[in-house]
Every structure is written in structure tokens, then in C-alpha cells.
Design a protein around this ligand. Structure first.
Ligand code: ATP
Length: 821
């Protein structure tokens, strides 16, 4: 059509739009890729005869890998040792039953994964047992590599928010096309040039359809996920971010999350009821054992203490070298206590014949040993565990060097001693030994201190103030659990508590009825966690549940947000979780919830902004056509608005710093849509002001009925200014922009300033004037436009003021009603 100028400028516009979209999409993909690298898989491997922990990616064929329960297999391994080794290969075979592995050669012609029982495949999960294998294939060469290649070609599924944005986009496109069709037909009936109408129609379609919306949402989510990673919470899937702001119940493990998991034995009570306090902290021998009373000879009492700690060291898998602990902190605490009595290398003096490993279900560990040196005594069991578990296996107790039958009185005394330790917030561990597992002699108990993490009390208070209820789940006894919960401020004497045993006795319905009032669950195991999640969800709660063990996986999957411990958690539970806490800290959960709330709030803000721009642009042309007046904006100007509005300012609203008031708002209803009635009202109010103001300027300028470049420049600039003011007021839905601070969102300041500078160039640069059909405006003109366009901002600020007043009135009424009650 010989319109070379337009062809060039429109091509340039398209290139800019496409480049901006591409860069944004690329950035979000990249940041998601980065996320996968944040928790690199590690494994235990044997190199040069030494066991070391290594990043799985550093493995090479020939390395020897040690597998234990809860591990993720780091490479394809040919097994040469397998003790009860069951591996979950469901990711390959779809079979949920774990496959029991062997080490024998297998003669099979088939190549199926389930037949190759002597191979542990990369990416599968060790459900129980342990084993060793030699690396045969790594990375892409492994069996998993094949699946991975297939997975890479699959697009990641969209999040609910992305889906709703897509459908919003489709709906808007549908309506926009309808309206555009109508405008074009009307124009045609009015006898306007068809080509001009077509031009306008196309540019309107570009401006009105918020095609940038889904990508801005993705970028905002991805940036939020990166911010959370900096705050030590790894979000594994984007949809999790949306759910975070809806969480209204958090079930947290005690040890390591609410407490530091830095265990120290601080009290000892032997079966003779000798009591001692233990001083010193850390995994070392500094500190001493201070006897409480002078009830018997010092030597007798010390011998008894030593007997207790000796069992603690024999029935132990941890070791302390150079002040560094390898193994469980609870077991490390026992070794450190023994070192305070100069007891070193106790475990090495015994040959372990059998082990019944500790599990959260059994709450007990037992080993069968014989002494390595000296007279080969008969085999003995050495047992440690929760007091009631150990006592249930004891028929006798040690009284100095004599073994006496355990009568009901002594039994009661031991229980009351353990309750006394528990009430001080100590974790109680009891010890016994004997020749038969069901006929043991009780030797005493220790109280282990695990102090609450600093800051947790405050986090719990903040969460509770915002309507999130916090529940503590622990394997520990009631007294210990209640003492810690009291210290953390979410339990007071008289509040409801429930034990794993009681949960077992309740049916699902009665449990769901009871659960809302309970904040402390004691002596619970992984199976109870699943029932707790289900009962809470039955009551309509959105549950965040923490976990670390192999058996926590199911509960984590079932919870709305499964939270795995980054430090102490097994690979199995990290796999099942939606979020991983790098530092296992409860505070991080609160930080993630805050981010989740903030992100949703920001997304709503830029949706509000973009919708008002789209509706205003579309209606402006529609009205002018209906009113029989020339179009106020030409095609290039509409495209320009689309480029500078849809892009940077909208995106920068997505990175608005999280407002503290949003954080203390109650959790969002999961069913609440993104586009609420309130949002639509404010969009309609803003776009009506923009339309009225722009049409007013246009009609005012065009009083001579001839459209001059000055008229369109004024209208065009008016629209752009309106939009910038609208963006400014969209930064918060309730707070005044002056309260949040004009300069607090740097990207916003930069993008709005950049957009305004570009607009000035379009008006004043002769080359651009030609393309956009504009001309220079005077300072007076700009001031005039500034005053008119600021109305959208002023009206929005006044609305916010009324909203704030209504909120505080509501709050006052609430306080008054509470007071009356
Ligand atoms: P929390 O829920 O507080 O995070 P947990 O669920 O991890 O703790 P467990 O580790 O299951 O609790 O511990 C439950 C009980 O088992 C403890 O009170 C203690 O008596 C006993 N116990 C803990 N660790 C061991 C161990 N290594 N050997 C023997 N008994 C243990």
C-alpha cells in the first residue's frame, strides 16, 4: 500500500514487543533452572577407603556408593551388598510396591527395569535397608537420563494462576474482538475509509488484549521464588507460591524446626535414683557431672552413672571427631556426656552382632553385642529409647551391682522421675540391658536439653496474629512437648493435647471434631501425621506440614504445602515436598508465607493496572466511533501505549516490596478468584476517569472539527500520563502511595521515568514526530495535562482513604464486640 513509513515503524514495534516478551520468558525459565541447582543431590561414597559426602554430579563410573534408608540413588549402581534393601522404582515402573534388591548375577534377556534386581537405578528412592554398589552409569547415560530427556521435551504444567490468567486473556480477547468488530462495522457504516478502520482495528486488538499478562505472572512468580530462595526456602513448583498465602494451619515437627537440634545431656537419673546435673555444652568433653545429693558413696554413684552412659555409647551410631558430630544429635549428646567422665572409645570395645535401628514408630534402638577383649561373656542386648518403651521391656532394675525385680512402685517412681525431667522441657531417653529383649534390666535415664530456636516465638506470634494456627507434632513425651510449647508461647496449662495412641483410638469423624482445639500432638509417628493432615483438611483447613523421615513422604504429599527439612531431611521426603527449608528453621516457613501473600497481592495490582489500560484504550476508540468523532489516537500511538504500558511499568508492579500490612492479613481463601468484585469496581472507576479525561482533552483540542497533530499529541500524551498516574495508585489497594513511599520500588521509579522520557522523545524529537504524527507541546500544555491526569490518582487515593476508615471502623467494632463478650 506504499505506506513504507508505517510498515517500518510497525515492524519496529512488533520487534520490540516480541523481544521484551522473549527476554521476560527467557529470564523466568532461567531462574527456574537455577532453582534446581540450589539443592544439589549429595551422596555417601567410598573413595580411598574413606567414606565421604559428595555431590552426586561428581560421581564417576567405578565409584562405590553407600545407600541407606531414605536416600535417593545418585547413579546407576551394580549392587554388591544389599541388606533388606528395598527400592521404590515407581518413577520407572509405576509399581508402588518397592523392589527388593539382590546382589546375585542375573541371567535375563529382557531389558526391563523391574527384572534387573541387582541394579539400583539413579533417581529411585531407598525405602528401607542399606547396601553398597559400584557406579556403572552416571547422568544422561543412566537409565534415568533417558526419562530425563523425555521429560525435558515436555512443557511444565501451568499453575492455577497461570491458567486463570490464560482464561482471562481468552475472555478479554473474545470481548475485545467483539467490540473491535462492532467499531469497524460502525465506522464502515459511517463511511469512514475501510483501510483506516482496519488499521485502527488491528492496533486496538494489540492494545486491548493483555497478551503480556500470563508472562508477567510467570516472571513475577519466578522472581518471587528466587527471592524466597535467598530467604532459605526452596520452592520446587511454581503453584506452591500461590498456595502459600492461603495456608491457615502449620503443623511443625519440634526437633530441629522449633528447637535447635543441638542436644546436650543436662540431667541424669539412675535406676538407684541417684541424680546428677551435667554442665557444659557442645559435642565435646568439657563440663562435668555434678551429683545432686550425698545419698551414697561418691564411687557408687559414679559407677552407676558410668554404667548408664556406657549403654548410651554402645547402643549408638554417632561419633565425634575433632568436635565434629557425625550422626544423630541425640546420640552425639550421649557420647559427649560420656567424655565428661573420660569415657572414650567405648563402642570399639564391643563387637556388634545385630542392630534394631531406631525408628520414629518404635522410638527404641537395640544392639546385640559381645565384648571384643577379655572373657567372652554371653551376648547382651543394650537398649535405649523412650522411657515407656524401654520400661515395657524391663522386668528388673539395677541397684548398684545387684539386679532386683522391678515392682510397680519402682516403675511408678521411674515414670514420675521422667515426668519431672519432661516438665523442665528435657527430652528423656531411658537405658536398659540384658540377655533377652523382653527381660531387660533398667539402668536409668537422661534428660537432654534442646533449646528453642531464637526468633521462633516471635514468628509463631506473628502467624497467630494473622490467623494462622500453629500445631506442634513431636515424638517426645507429653511433659517435654508441653514445656517446649509453653516456652514458645502457643500452649498454656489446661489447653488440649493429644497423643498418637489417643489418635489411634479415635475414628476419623471424632478426630476431625477434636483437632481444631489441639495445638500439641505428642508421641506421634509418621502414620499419625497423615491422619492429622486429613482431619484438618476435612475441616477445610489449608495445611502446611513439615517432615524429615522416610515415612513422612505420604503426609507431605497429602498436605497442601509439604515442607521438607533441608539439613536433616531424607531425600525421600525432599522428593515428596513442595518446599524445602535449607536451614530447617521455622522462621523460614513464616518468611515464605509472607512472600506468598505479597506476590499474590502484587499480581492483583498489576492485573488491575493492565485491565484499566486495556479497557480504557478500547472504550476510547469505541466511544469516539459511536460519537461520530475522529479517532483520538492513531495506530502507531496505540502500539506505543501497548509497548510502554504492557511491559516495564506492569512488571515493576510485580516486584513491589512486600507491604507489612499484607502480611498480617488473614490467609486468603483458596477459592477466592483473582478478579474480585472490588477489583472490577476499581478498574471500572479508573478506566472511566481515563476515558472521560482523554475524550475531554481531545474534544477540547478539536473544537475546529479538524484533527491536527497537536490534537492527537495532546490526547496521546494525556492517555500516557493518565496511565502513569494509574500505575502509581495501583501500587497498593489500601495504603496511600505517600505512606508506602514514592521511591520505595526502584524498578517502578526507573520504568515510569523511562516511559516518561520516551514519551518526551516522541513529542520533541523530529524523527519520531514524523512517525507518531506528533508535535512539540509547551510547558503550559504539559502542566495542564498533568493536572487533568492526576485526577485518576487523586480519586484512587480518596477511595483508599475511605477504605482505610471502613477497615478501622470494622476493627473497632470487632474490639467492642469482643469486649462485650
Ligand atoms: P520431633 O517430632 O520433636 O521432631 P521426633 O518425632 O523426631 O521429634 P523422635 O526422634 O521420633 O522424635 O523421638 C521420639 C522419642 O524417641 C524421643 O523422645 C526419645 O525418647 C526417643 N529417641 C530419639 N532418638 C533416639 C535414638 N537415636 N535412639 C533411641 N531412642 C531415641
Amino acid at each position: 500500500m506504499q505506506q513504507i513509513d508505517d510498515a517500518f515503524s510497525i515492524t519496529a514495534a512488533i520487534i520490540i514487543v516480541v523481544t521484551v516478551a522473549f527476554v521476560q520468558e527467557y529470564r523466568s525459565e532461567k531462574s527456574l533452572e537455577e532453582l534446581n541447582k540450589l539443592v544439589p543431590p549429595v551422596c555417601n561414597c567410598l573413595r580411598g577407603g574413606q567414606a565421604e559426602t559428595l555431590f552426586a554430579r561428581l560421581l564417576v563410573p567405578g565409584d562405590i556408593v553407600l545407600l541407606t534408608t531414605g536416600d535417593r540413588v545418585p547413579a546407576d549402581l551394580r549392587l554388591f551388598e544389599a541388606v533388606d534393601l528395598s527400592i521404590d522404582e515407581s518413577s520407572f515402573t509405576g509399581e508402588t510396591e518397592p523392589s527388593l534388591k539382590t546382589t546375585y548375577p542375573i541371567n535375563t534377556k529382557t531389558n526391563s527395569v523391574s527384572d534387573r534386581l541387582n541394579i539400583a537405578f539413579m533417581g529411585t528412592l531407598v525405602r528401607c535397608g542399606n547396601g553398597r554398589g559400584i557406579v556403572v552409569n552416571t547422568g544422561v547415560n543412566s537409565e534415568f537420563g533417558e526419562i530425563f530427556k523425555m521429560m525435558q521435551s515436555e512443557e511444565a504444567p501451568k499453575t492455577p494462576l497461570q491458567k486463570s490468567m490464560d482464561s482471562l486473556g481468552t475472555q478479554l480477547s473474545f470481548y475485545s474482538f467483539g467490540i473491535i468488530g462492532m467499531i469497524m462495522t460502525l465506522g464502515w457504516i459511517q463511511g469512514r475509509p475501510v483501510l483506516e478502520m482496519f488499521n485502527i482495528g488491528v492496533s486496538l486488538a494489540v492494545a486491548a488484549i493483555p497478551e503480556g499478562l500470563p508472562i508477567v505472572v510467570t516472571v513475577t512468580l519466578a522472581l518471587g521464588v528466587m527471592r524466597m530462595a535467598k530467604r532459605k526456602a526452596i520452592i520446587k513448583r511454581l503453584p506452591t507460591v500461590e498456595t502459600l498465602g492461603c495456608v491457615d494451619t502449620i503443623c511443625s515437627d519440634k526437633t530441629g524446626t522449633l528447637t535447635k537440634n543441638e542436644m546436650t545431656v543436662t540431667a541424669m537419673v539412675t535406676s538407684e535414683l541417684y541424680r546428677a546435673d551435667v554442665s557444659g555444652v557442645g559435642y565435646n568433653g568439657s563440663g562435668e557431672i555434678i551429683l545432686s545429693e550425698d545419698i551414697d558413696s561418691y564411687k557408687k554413684q559414679m559407677d552407676s552413672m558410668k554404667r548408664l552412659l556406657e549403654i548410651g555409647c554402645i547402643c549408638n551410631n554417632a561419633d565425634i571427631t575433632g568436635g565434629q558430630l557425625r550422626g544423630q544429635p541425640t546420640e552425639g549428646a550421649l557420647i559427649a556426656a560420656a567424655q565428661k567422665l573420660d569415657m572414650f572409645g567405648i563402642k570399639d570395645k564391643y563387637l556388634r552382632l545385630q542392630e534394631f535401628p531406631f525408628s520414629s514408630e518404635q522410638k527404641l534402638m537395640a544392639v546385640k553385642c559381645i565384648p571384643k577383649f577379655g572373657p567372652k561373656d554371653e551376648e547382651k542386648f543394650y537398649v535405649k529409647g523412650a522411657l515407656e518403651k524401654v520400661l515395657s521391656l524391663c522386668t528388673k532394675y539395677c541397684s548398684n551391682d545387684v539386679i532386683r525385680p522391678l515392682d510397680a512402685d519402682r516403675h511408678k517412681q521411674f515414670i514420675s522421675e521422667s515426668q519431672y525431667l519432661g516438665r523442665k522441657g528435657l527430652r528423656v531417653l531411658a537405658f536398659a540391658y540384658g540377655t533377652k529383649l523382653d527381660d531387660l534390666s533398667f539402668v536409668g535415664m537422661v534428660g537432654i536439653l534442646d533449646p528453642p530456636r531464637p526468633g521462633v516465638r516471635e514468628s509463631i506470634r506473628t502467624l497467630q496474629a494473622s490467623g494462622v494456627s500453629v500445631k506442634m507434632l513431636t515424638g517426645d513425651a507429653m511433659d517435654t512437648a508441653c514445656a517446649i510449647a509453653t516456652r514458645l508461647g502457643f500452649y498454656a496449662t489446661g489447653n488440649a493435647v493429644i497423643s498418637g495412641q489417643e489418635i489411634d483410638a479415635l475414628d476419623d469423624h471424632s478426630f476431625a471434631m477434636r483437632i481444631p482445639s489441639v495445638s500439641v500432638f505428642y508421641r506421634v509417628g509418621p502414620a499419625h501425621k497423615l491422619r492429622i493432615v486429613k482431619a484438618l483438611q476435612k475441616n477445610g483447613a489449608v495445611v502446611g506440614m513439615t517432615g524429615d523421615g522416610v515415612n513422612d513422604g505420604v503426609a507431605l504429599k497429602k498436605a497442601d504445602i509439604g515442607i521438607a527439612m533441608g539439613k536433616i531431611g531424607t531425600d525421600v521426603c525432599k522428593e515428596a515436598a513442595d518446599m524445602i527449608l535449607i536451614d530447617d528453621d521455622f522462621f523460614t516457613i513464616m518468611a515464605a508465607i509472607e512472600e506468598g501473600k505479597g506476590i499474590f497481592h502484587n499480581i492483583r495490582n498489576f492485573v488491575r493496572f493492565q485491565l484499566s489500560t486495556s479497557i480504557a484504550a478500547l472504550s476510547l476508540i469505541a466511544f469516539s466511533t459511536l460519537m461520530h468523532i475522529p479517532n483520538p489516537l492513531n495506530a502507531m500511538q496505540i502500539l506505543w501505549i501497548n509497548i510502554i504500558m504492557d511491559g516495564p511499568p506492569a512488571q515493576s508492579l510485580g516486584v513491589e516490596p512486600v507491604d507489612h500490612d499484607i502480611l498480617i492479613q488473614p490467609p486468603r481463601n483458596v477459592k477466592e478468584p483473582m478478579i474480585t468484585r472490588e477489583l472490577i469496581t476499581s478498574v471500572l472507576i479508573s478506566s472511566s476517569i481515563i476515558i472521560t479525561g482523554t475524550l475531554f482533552v481531545f474534544i477540547n483540542e478539536m473544537s475546529d472539527k479538524i484533527v491536527t497533530p497537536r490534537d492527537t499529541t495532546m490526547t496521546f500524551t494525556c492517555f500516557v500520563f493518565f496511565d502513569m498516574f494509574n500505575a502509581l495508585s495501583c501500587r497498593s489497594q489500601v495504603k496511600s502511595v505517600f505512606t508506602i513511599g514514592l521511591l520505595t520500588n526502584k524498578p517502578f521509579v526507573i520504568s515510569v521515568t523511562g516511559s516518561l522520557i520516551c514519551q518526551m522523545l516522541v513529542i520533541y524529537l523530529p524523527q519520531l514526530q514524523k512517525i507518531f504524527v506528533t508535535e512539540a507541546l509547551s510547558v503550559g500544555d504539559l502542566l495542564f495535562l498533568f493536572c487533568i491526569t492526576s485526577t485518576v490518582f487523586i480519586v484512587s487515593e480518596v477511595r483508599k482513604l475511605f477504605k482505610r476508615r471502613a477497615i478501622s471502623r470494622e476493627k473497632r467494632n470487632q474490639v467492642y464486640q469482643d469486649h462485650m463478650v
